[in-house]
Design a binder for this molecule. Sequence first.
Ligand SMILES: [Zn+2]
Ligand SMILES: [Zn+2]
Length: 250
Amino acid sequence: MKVTLLGTGTSYPDPNRVQSGILVEADSESILLDIGSGTLHRLTQLGKDLDAISSVFISHFHIDHCSDFLTLCQSIWLSGTRRVLDLYGTSFVREWLDSLHRAFPYLSEKVNVRPLVLHENETVQLEKLQISNTTTVHGKTDTRALRVESEGKIFVYSSDTAPCRELNVLAKKADVLVHECNWLDGEHPEGVHTTPSELARIVDEVAPGKLILTHLSPEVVRNKEEVLGIIGSSHETKVIMAEDLMSFEV
Ligand SMILES: [Zn+2]
Ligand SMILES: [Zn+2]
């Protein structure tokens, strides 16, 4: 499968990074994992046919992970196709979609979105892609980490999370783990995001082939060498910092 990191930033404005979004492609299947602000622009930069996107998985309903969904709907409407777009999310997904339809009633007439609840630990099969999930620890918001498996290869996306046993189990021996690194080490609210020192411990336990840091706040990016030094000093896993439009085969 081919993975493209569309957006690797956070809610803090960053001229070089848009918000969370990942494109996963395998054969004729193209899916999105999150669709934060700016990710539609990145897709158009790639020249990606938006009509080819069959499903959108939203890890949680924070604005930086879902705000371009409306833009995608508008683009599908303008393209004139009347196909079904599957929208996977936590149990809030139907209520969320209903609220969008109430706010923008013309969309419900023009775009056929099918809301699908992503049950905890459920596996969804889409052609050659198997997508499973687990809950993370992210404040009070129901949030899912996503694991995509295809032809024996494993890609895991942490979404937003503090260190969390369930995620470590989901990501065990993944070929590629894309994990958030929202904060530098220091004092932070409990149970929301992950720091470099915490990531060093996660990598020791999970042992992914490669760790790619994402959900990078400007201060984490400014301290790139220090961050990579903290994480990379204690194990063999290759650790890199993501950039928007970074693409790789898994
Ligand atoms: Zn969040
Ligand atoms: Zn976020």
